[in-house]
Write a protein that binds this ligand. Structure first.
Ligand code: C5P
Length: 220
């Protein structure tokens, strides 16, 4: 069987990560969480005293951190300068600053380069999840999926993941982050023309996974 590249894009809280990992596991493919890479570079900026409101400062530091991503869907790992970053990249502080950092073109250039080389090295194929994978990073992907869900469903899922969080506040933060990601100049969050849109509002994770796996099987 030839190697297959699957791009899964969409806003936060649509089930992208859970779906992407499960699809990769079911098909024996590698997995890449590109949001984790943008979070990792943001964490490095915050840890190194770079002002995340200053795009010029971010641009000149963009090439400094060494970010490495594991591609095992059962144990996705991420390190920055050799240090495990999987915990620190999920903090509220990183989440609130990541859109500003990821909007800087120099950051996207560095991270997009990493993503393309990881995808090229995946012998059996890979599931890559993000915001601009189908449009910009891997425009020749064999299958492009765009996941959506109502803001209510997305906020409920996200606050279920974060202990002690409030659904209304989660919803407001989520909507603001999506607006920033969709409104930026360089490779905004967008559905590729040839992507299959799946609305997950009324579907279970298992149903979404089955649908995507069936679409991959059709294409290879
Ligand atoms: O998917 P996750 O919520 O972890 O992504 C964090 C942030 O990283 C997004 O809000 C967005 O600003 C950025 N991102 C991006 N392009 C991608 C993936 C994530 O700009 N392909």
């Amino acid at each position: 069987v030839e190697s297959v590249i699957v791009a899964i894009d969409g806003p936060s809280g649509t089930g992208k990560s859970s779906t992407s990992k499960a699809v990769a596991s079911a098909l024996g493919l590698s997995y890449l969480d590109t949001g984790a890479q943008y979070r990792a570079i943001t964490w490095w900026m915050l840890s190194n005293g770079i002002d995340t409101a200053d795009p010029l400062a971010i641009a000149s530091a963009a090439g400094k951190p060494v970010i490495e991503s594991g591609t095992d869907p059962a144990a996705p790992a991420i390190t920055v300068d050799g240090v495990d970053a999987s915990g620190p990249i999920r903090t509220q502080e990183v989440t609130s600053k990541v859109s500003a950092v990821s909007a800087v073109p120099e950051v996207r250039e560095v991270i997009t380069g990493l993503q393309r080389s990881i995808a090229a090295a995946a012998a059996r194929g890979i599931v890559v999840e993000g915001r601009d994978i189908g449009t910009t990073v891997l425009p020749d992907a064999d299958l492009k999926i765009f996941l959506t869900a109502s803001p209510e469903a997305r906020a409920a899922r996200r606050s279920g993941e974060i202990k002690g969080s409030d659904v209304a506040a989660t919803r407001a933060a989520l909507v603001a982050r999506d607006a920033a990601d969709s409104g930026r100049k360089t490779s905004p969050l967008a559905k590729a023309d040839d992507a299959v849109e799946v609305d997950t509002t009324e579907l279970t994770l298992q149903q979404v996974v089955e649908r995507v796996v069936a679409l991959v099987e059709e294409r290879r």
